[in-house]
Design a protein around this ligand. Sequence first.
Ligand code: ATP
Ligand code: MG
Ligand code: FE
Length: 361
Amino acid sequence: MIVLGIETSCDETAAAIVRRFDDKSDNQRAGQGEILSNIVLSQIEDHAAYGGVVPEIAARAHVEALDGIIKRAMLEANVTFEQLDGVAATSGPGLIGGVLIGLMSAKAIAAVHNIPLIAVNHLEGHALTARLTNDAPFPHLLLLVSGGHSQILLVKGVSDYERWGTTIDDALGEAFDKTAKLLGLPYPGGPEVEKAAKNGDPKRFDFPRSMKGRDGYDFSFSGLKSAVRREAEKTAPLSDTDVNDLCASFQAAICDILADRINKALLAFKQRFPHLDSPQLIVAGGVASNQAIRATLYAILQKHEAELIAPPIALCTDNGAMIAWAGAERLALGLTDPLNTTARPRWPLDSNAEAKIGFGR
Ligand code: ATP
Ligand code: MG
Ligand code: FE
């Protein structure tokens, strides 16, 4: 099947065409996917002057750009509307203005061409990306770390998630962005902090490792951000070396916290699924593009004889392919949505399942 995916929940206007090979086809690729096109227009320049995404500016930019982006995605994939088996759009969570624009466009295409609409949870888009890129089987653990979320989830199937842990304050991407901002680094801060950290001393500042050693799988990052602010104020005026050291020490604390939480989650996962030869952890969301974080996770997983799956960076940050793919996976299970589906600014990933909090608490 061929699905068009539309993503407009934040500051990327994106559309993509993805093919999912039929489950019944004797093709070896049954159930696997292929990206036929993936067009992402970033609005970073529109928001940079404000140091963050301005919802009204984002919505207007989506309106201006979206039809052109969809046309480009269709053209590059060499696909006509008649060839589409479905159209998927992010229908939450995210900035409501942007979500409405993508969802309404998808509804119009579905209505005019008489094809199914798939209303995709943006987080499920991030979550299922590793099945597109690496054919990851269920069940697996998922570390979802993005601009708005930081969660550890058990993924049992499409639309079947158990949330084990979440942040009790800032999301990890938000912590990176706020730390960058207070150090005078440009938006979006994640990649800038990572770059600065490469030249810094991770041991110079001893920042708190919140939640480390605690029961459960929750995160907390706001204390860390405040600690960076205090040290920055004490050290000011900041030289390049100071900024590099602050970033390196901040990132080292993050890596330690993630290591602690994932270590615990993997132990619980292995206890629950003892028959799995090689448990898998998927890391997804924009922060998953951070190489220091990937290296930390990789080291822990080796210790557990587990496998780390990290999609390519371009598919970790927001894109249309992840939405098209989640749409295709849902469509293959008959999970389509009526044309009166509403946009949902808040939409937890585990809302379809019973909200079970994991082990150990
Ligand atoms: P959500 O998916 O929760 O709705 P979002 O879509 O805005 O939020 P993503 O696009 O998945 O989030 O990720 C963007 C976030 O990832 C930003 O906070 C950005 O700073 C962060 N990020 C991107 N690259 C890196 C990096 N190399 N290191 C750390 N953080 C990064
Ligand atoms: Mg973004
Ligand atoms: Fe995202």
